[in-house]
Design a protein around this ligand. Structure first.
Ligand code: ADP
Ligand code: ZN
Ligand code: ZN
Length: 743
């Protein structure tokens, strides 16, 4: 009989699988294994089992161990295979990198299981003439309720484990595995009466639940998108398959720790369905436990950030992606996937619906959802995505905020604040209402400047300036983490008159404290919110009206409801208006719309004041009219003329090294190879990015532009192996970014 051979995915940067003998182990596809590799032991996953190998059979080694669990199911393999292909990334690395850390370690995957205990069917309690107090107490508890959880047992006695073991031995109680569902909040009093737009959206989606169908839920902030998700998911989750297995749903969110309210709403409204979260703030133990609960089908709702798009879910019936335009869905190293595209492919492979929700959809999604006849190349074709529009705020009487620009030419700022904005802040304080000031820069000031010779403090490792952090008396690079003391004299001319120039959160906070001494001010940025619970605590303070003014970065922009907040001030966003990055205006619009959405959420009218030197800019016109749709159409038209995504397809080959000449050589050879291939893909000359140097590495990149994804992929399929074979490819750090977001 020929020997059994396992084809195994390993976390090594080689674009292939590795064959091993079974070594007498019985295994299935998807099992975790330990194998000897280059003198080490590595974790791998069995991708195929057969009797043949393309390698010389006498060179194969046996696996050292097989773990029981099947951790990758066939539909996950299918998705990972697609990703490895599309992103030109080794399957083994793709696969292993999507696993929780605990499963990447050479250990059995023991997650601490949680149990509840019940009396056995015909338990004769009198049998328990036991004198053991703890056992008695447990039995007493079980006479008044059906089951006790471990948490309840812990309240009965610290030695409950021993007592339970004895009770089980006496066949008086049995254990049931429960999945850890955090205590649900009290179900919220009543479901709101849906408005017509919400009803329509829900009806449309529920009419087509058994096939692949992408939807764009385009609804202004506060239009009740979350309510729509919840009611749709309620229906989906009530379905059971022929074996009685309940449906599962996946809810993707940009950054879960910034939106504790969303999780709380899902928990309270869908409290009958076990819910787990998956994100980087969990401990590794929790992450493994939640992941296993999802992959066993026990958890019905998974709320997670981008990586959770890969979580195996055997009964997945719908995917929801909230804030689909958010840049954090794109992975920026390793396999540079976009969770939106992966989610779309997953929905397609599983033949299930997917809802993308946003108040400011990405132009990619907009392009797919809108049938603008003179914009789409697919003239005459029906749009791919269903478009569901919600134009009004859901809460009665809650109007959209009024948006105004403050022309800083007419009302000049002092220390970053124009008199009009200060007056508006004062008025809110007088009325006992709250305000938010948005500035997207943390620290005290963006530069330290010498008044005599115009020197500004640079980072020695990056093409960037050091940011002043005055309270710590330090200069910091926000790109590489480099820190140094603030110099007392100009290193260039010796002048002692060095000044922080420009605005950032700390400085603004300080200015406000001087101008409005009675105001209670809180700052929200990555420096002030380092602690895990800091944001939640602060949100509570805001809700208890213990804060008058919030100063913060985009951390504040996401999904928080502040009912008493009626003013949003926006400081210093002009640089994004004329940025060389072609996505800057799309991003700025989304960001401003999102912060604007924080104002006037309850029955109080909100006002947004934007300080700008360019009040006539088209972006502000659209923003004031709260008309993203026409602005998006306009931007799309621009992209079309410029031949930019989403009307064209980009890939970016990035390279970096300490020595720029290596980068230069590598990219030139790469370009020559690509140009030698017969292809309609446009290959640009190597260019240096805006940040030429980062962390002491010299950088450059090559842009590829194609009319179709297919053409791009055809080229990459031939080109990538050629690149990997270049001798110089081992001397530079390089990577390929398909559909890049940053340039
Ligand atoms: P979005 O997700 O679009 O920003 P939410 O779902 O958070 O909007 O809804 C905004 C607010 O409106 C929430 O406080 C929510 O409870 C409330 N809400 C949603 N739908 C309704 C409705 N039909 N009637 C009254 N209030 C509603
Ligand atoms: Zn100087
Ligand atoms: Zn730096």
């Amino acid at each position: 009989m020929p020997p059994t051979i396992f084809s195994i995915a390993l976390d090594v940067p080689l674009n292939r699988l590795f064959d091993y003998f079974s070594g007498g182990f019985v295994a299935q596809v998807g099992n975790r294994v330990v194998v000897p590799f280059a003198g080490r032991n590595l974790i791998g996953v069995i991708v195929a089992i057969g009797n043949q190998s393309e390698f010389p059979i006498e060179k194969l080694k046996p696996v050292s161990h097989v773990f029981d669990e099947v951790i990758v199911d066939s539909s996950s393999f299918k998705l990972l295979n697609f990703c490895a292909d599309y992103y030109h990334y080794p399957l083994g690395q793709a696969l292993i990198s999507t696993l929780p850390l605990r499963l990447r370690q050479i250990k059995p995957a023991v997650s601490r299981k949680m149990f509840a205990y019940r009396l056995t069917a015909n338990a004769d309690i009198s049998l328990a003439s036991t004198k053991k107090v703890v056992m008695q107490r447990i039995l007493t508890a079980l006479q008044s309720k059906e089951e006790v959880t471990e948490a309840e047992l812990a309240l009965i006695s610290a030695t409950w484990r021993k007592a339970i073991t004895d009770l089980k031995a006496l066949n008086l109680v049995t254990a049931y595995e429960v999945i850890a569902v955090k205590a649900s909040l009290p179900a919220s009093a009543t479901e709101p009466n849906l408005n017509d737009e919400q009803k329509k959206a829900i009806e449309c989606v529920l009419a087509l639940t058994h096939n692949f169908k992408p939807w764009l839920l385009y609804g202004v902030t506060g239009s009740g998108k979350t309510e729509v998700y919840i009611q749709i998911l309620q229906h989906i989750l009530s379905q059971k398959n022929a074996q009685g297995m309940g449906a599962q749903v996946l809810v993707l969110v940009p950054e879960i720790n910034l939106t504790p309210q969303l999780e709380a709403r899902f928990r309270s409204r869908l409290s009958q369905f076990p819910l787990v979260t998956l994100h980087s703030n969990l401990s590794e133990g929790e992450r493994l436990q939640n992941w296993l609960a999802a992959s066993s089908g026990a958890a019905k709702i998974v709320i997670g950030t981008r990586l959770s798009v890969f979580t195996p879910m055997p009964q997945l019936k719908m995917i929801v992606m909230d804030e689909e335009h958010d840049g954090s869905y794109k992975q920026q190293d390793g396999m540079r996937y976009h969770a939106r595209d992966v989610a779309m492919m997953r929905a397609k492979q599983l033949n299930i619906p997917i809802i993308l929700g946003s108040a400011t959809p990405s132009l990619e999604t907009w392009f797919n959802a809108k049938a603008v006849p003179d914009l789409t190349q697919k003239n005459g074709q029906k749009p791919q995505y269903g478009l569901l529009t919600m134009t009004k705020r859901a809460v009665e009487n809650a109007a959209l905020p009024e948006i105004y620009c403050i022309d800083i030419a007419k009302s000049p700022t002092e220390n970053g604040l124009s008199p009009l904005l200060i007056k508006a802040l004062q008025e809110r304080i007088n009325k006992g209402e709250q305000s938010l000031l948005f500035i997207n820069r943390r620290g005290y000031a963006p530069v330290l400047h010498c008044n005599a010779c115009q020197w500004v403090a640079p980072c020695t490792r990056c093409s960037a300036r050091l940011v002043v952090h005055l309270s710590q008396k330090r200069l910091k690079c926000h790109h590489c983490g480099h820190e140094q003391k603030i110099p007392l004299q100009c290193p260039s001319c010796g002048n002692a008159d060095m000044r922080p120039v420009g605005q950032a959160t700390q400085r603004l906070e300080q200015t406000l404290q001087t101008l409005l001494p009675n105001a209670r001010i809180a700052r929200v940025d990555r420096d002030s919110m380092r602690n895990k619970n800091a944001l939640t605590d602060l949100l509570t303070q805001v809700h208890n009206q213990e804060i008058d003014i919030l100063v913060g970065t985009q951390m504040l922009a996401k999904g928080h409801d502040f009912p008493n907040l009626t003013l949003v001030g926006v400081i210093d966003t002009d640089s994004a208006l004329y940025s060389p990055d072609f996505r800057a205006s799309e991003r700025l619009f989304a960001q401003l719309m999102q912060v604007a959405g924080r104002a006037g959420r309850a029955d109080k009218a909100g006002q947004v004041l934007i300080q700008t030197a360019f009040p006539q800019h088209a972006l502000f016109h659209a923003l004031r009219a709260q008309d993203y749709a026409s602005y998006a159409d306009e931007l799309l038209q621009e992209r079309r003329v410029m031949q930019f995504p989403p009307t064209r397809f980009f890939a970016l080959l990035r390279a970096e090294a300490n020595d720029f000449s290596l980068v230069h050589q590598f990219l030139n050879q790469a370009v020559n190879l690509a140009r030698g291939l017969k292809s309609e893909v446009m290959i640009y000359d190597p260019l240096r990015p805006q940040m030429e140097r980062l962390k002491s590495m010299e950088r450059a990149q090559v842009l590829l532009q194609a009319n179709t994804r297919a053409a791009l992929q055809r080229l990459l399929k031939v080109w990538m192996p050629q690149l990997r074979a270049l001798p110089i490819a081992t001397k530079v750090r390089w990577s390929l970014d398909i559909d890049p977001l940053e340039f």
